[in-house]
Ligand binder design. Structure first.
Ligand code: HEC
Length: 186
């Protein structure tokens, strides 16, 4: 928890358990503090010392690697260059998976389900590509309509629902990611 290299696995090895060829170093050591972020990233992606620490590329996707390194930098008290990388990455990647995370992280799930049942707002299930009846007449549920619904919730109110959706701070990439996610909910 402290990043000092004395975690559960290492502890067993140091207490005479299964030996680690090279014990894990403390994140807080000067050597690791002095590593450029790319070296730390490479450790997660490629492993270290020919597999003494295995590669975690299959388990940990790139955005999560940067997120972990952000935390490590914080433990080290070293400025977090990875956070900048992550923001840059976030600005260029909009995926349905990211949209799914946002659906929860932004609290959309408080009012919208994905299984067809109604909450405060309509379910997202099966809406993409359909026609929706709104206060401005019938509209096609496409990317433009979804974007407008998110950015300017009061523009068109879905028939049968209250004008109860708050304006939420979402950037372009987040809107796109949420639309990609909604499109997967057949
Ligand atoms: C406090 C409840 C609430 C929250 C939180 C909320 N919404 Fe809504 N939303 C509504 C309501 C009510 C409507 C229907 C009335 C309207 O059209 O504004 C709606 C409508 C929509 C529509 C149009 C759906 C359709 O069937 O045409 C979209 C798209 C939408 N919301 C996306 C989102 C997204 C994405 C989030 C999260 C970032 C979100 N909403 C968060 C209440 C909410």
């Amino acid at each position: 928890m402290a990043g000092d290299g004395k975690g559960l696995v290492a502890g067993a090895a140091l207490d005479g358990g299964p030996r680690l060829l090279v014990p894990p170093p403390a994140f807080t050591s000067d050597r690791l503090k002095g590593m450029v972020i790319g070296q730390l990233y490479a450790a997660i992606r490629n492993g270290v010392n020919a597999g003494n620490m295995p590669s975690y590329s299959a388990q940990i996707e790139p955005m999560d690697r940067w997120a972990i390194l952000s935390y490590v930098r914080q433990l080290q008290g070293v400025p977090d260059e990875g956070g900048e990388v992550m923001v840059a990455a976030k600005q260029s990647i909009a995926s349905a998976g990211y949209g799914e995370q946002l659906y929860k992280a932004k609290g959309c799930n408080a009012c919208h389900t994905i299984d067809g049942s109604k909450l405060v707002g309509p379910s997202f299930k099966g809406i993409y590509g359909k026609k929706e009846s709104t206060s401005a007449g019938e509209v096609d549920v496409d990317d433009a309509y979804l974007k407008e619904s998110m950015m300017t919730p009061m523009a068109k109110i879905v028939t049968g629902y209250p004008p109860a959706m708050p304006p939420l701070p979402l950037d372009e990439i987040e809107v796109k990611a949420l639309s990609l996610y909604i499109a997967t909910l057949k």
